[in-house]
Each structure stands twice: as C-alpha cells, then as structure tokens.
Design a protein around this ligand. Structure first.
Ligand SMILES: [Zn+2]
Length: 80
C-alpha cells in the first residue's frame, strides 16, 4: 500500500505541496492525533492537512506516515 510518499520530506511546506499534488489533502489520518499548537490551542487532526482553529497555523502529516505523531509538521500560518 503505497501513497507515493517516497523520499525524505521533512519540511512542512514541502509535505503540504506533495499531499496537495496527490489530491489527498482531505484524507483522514490513520490515528486522530490531538495537536497541541504553539498558541496554546489543542485540536484533533481530522484531515492530513489542517489549520489550527485559533491561530491558523497549518499542520500536515503524510498519509502513509499518519499513524506516528512524530511525522506531524508545521508548515506556517495559513500555508494550506
Ligand atoms: Zn494555533
């Protein structure tokens, strides 16, 4: 089961671009991780690209790596 996420994408913005290029931005992560944003907000990551509801920081995780919370990256405010 490959989602095409080969290579080492460690930069959040590069991951956002990659996921969007595959049309998978509305996919659900394998695990509904709770995100603790730098602004103090906590929310559930319901799609693999999601903005913080408070400060609009964009969080992203590759669909194939979405079971691991360590794969969640920040991509910048309103990047998505
Ligand atoms: Zn935030």
């Amino acid at each position: 089961m490959s989602c095409g996420c080969s290579g080492n994408l460690s930069d959040g913005q590069a991951i956002v671009d990659h996921v969007k290029s595959k049309g998978k931005q509305n996919f659900s992560p394998k695990v509904p991780h709770i995100i603790s944003c730098d602004c103090g907000e906590a929310f559930t990551l319901e799609t693999v690209i999601m903005n913080c509801p408070n400060c609009e920081m964009t969080f992203v995780v590759k669909p194939c790596g979405s079971a691991d919370v360590n794969n969640i990256k920040q991509a910048g405010i309103k990047y998505a």
